[in-house]
Design a protein around this ligand. Structure first.
Ligand code: ADP
Ligand code: MG
Length: 278
């Protein structure tokens, strides 16, 4: 509280995204390190809407250890908006995947448990993330996994407008996001995050997205056909029964058949001893 943009020194660039640039910064007085997401005031209206939505969501989600904590929001007179966040030292699951090639099932139990706790918290607060994928899941020094990037998330008021649901990253999008009439009986949006979580876990396990061959570039039409007209992706036989069953519970094409985050937290896969949690 009371801090302003000028209290921080920039150390390095952590990442670029759709909405702006994220820097590693240090508080000049306390030497505490944070991540600062800066969105320029002259960005187009869509980006500005995104950042305002993200600000609103971060203000409401400060009491979960499974969501990246926001420590403050600065608005400069010129219009730049900056979000000060806890710094996640180990980066994104995407960057970890690029260095390790794939994740063991044991480490995915740990990832799944953290992300499900985060999703169950968000969904209980009527927030749909809509862009769950490895580059939006951050890891800190203690190997805790947290949900970040609420740029396209939604706070659910009355009912959902499916026409406005075309946001997020195509490869992780659920069938009802493309075709609510076929796959979205009682469409409420929350089940889309569960689908995206399962695709994320499969990608981390396989080393590539299930709908694509290793190295293949995602293209919109191929993905949409695979997601809407194909069978849901499945894990190879080497995966454990619990893991395959868990993925099956997440990847029902009909969104109302998918398990909720709270239900999935009781699934045997997540309750295996991962050896990573104290
Ligand atoms: P965008 O909406 O532009 O995708 P993100 O919030 O996903 O913005 O941030 C973009 C990238 O910046 C992330 O993929 C990650 O590499 C990095 N990043 C974001 N927040 C943090 C953080 N709190 N700690 C460390 N790195 C971060
Ligand atoms: Mg992002």
């Amino acid at each position: 509280a009371g801090a302003s943009f000028s209290d921080f020194k920039t150390l390095e660039v952590l990442g670029h995204g759709n909405s702006g640039t994220v820097y590693k910064v240090e508080n000049k007085r306390t030497a505490a390190v944070y991540a600062l997401k800066v969105v320029h005031g002259d960005s187009d209206p869509t980006v500005r809407r995104q950042i305002f939505r993200e600000m609103e969501i971060l203000r409401r989600t400060t009491d979960s250890p499974f969501v990246v904590r926001c420590h403050g929001i600065f608005e400069k007179p010129g219009g730049d908006i900056s979000i000060l966040m806890e710094y996640m030292e180990s980066g994104t699951l995407d960057s970890i995947l690029k260095t390790t090639g794939s994740f063991s099932e044991t480490s995915l139990v740990h990832v799944a448990r953290h992300v499900l706790n985060g999703l169950s918290y968000l969904h209980a607060h009527k927030i749909v993330h809509r862009d769950i994928k490895p580059s939006n899941l951050l890891v800190n020094r203690s190997m805790e996994v947290k949900i970040a990037d609420f740029g396209v998330s939604r706070i659910m008021t009355r009912t959902l407008d499916p026409c406005n649901s075309y946001v997020g990253t195509c490869a992780y999008m659920s069938p009802e996001r493309f075709d609510p009439e076929t796959y979205g009986a009682n469409y409420d949006g929350y089940a889309g995050d569960i689908w995206s979580l399962a695709l994320t876990l499969m990608e981390l396990y396989l080393g590539h997205l299930p709908f694509l061959l290793p190295g293949q570039k995602p293209d919109w039409a191929t993905l949409m056909c695979a997601i809407c007209f194909g069978d849901p992706p499945r894990l190879p036989d080497e995966a454990s029964d619990e893991f395959r069953s868990f993925i099956g519970c997440c990847l029902h094409k009909e969104s109302s058949k998918r398990w909720t985050a709270a239900q999935l937290l009781t699934h045997p896969f997540v309750n295996k001893d991962s050896g990573l949690d104290k």
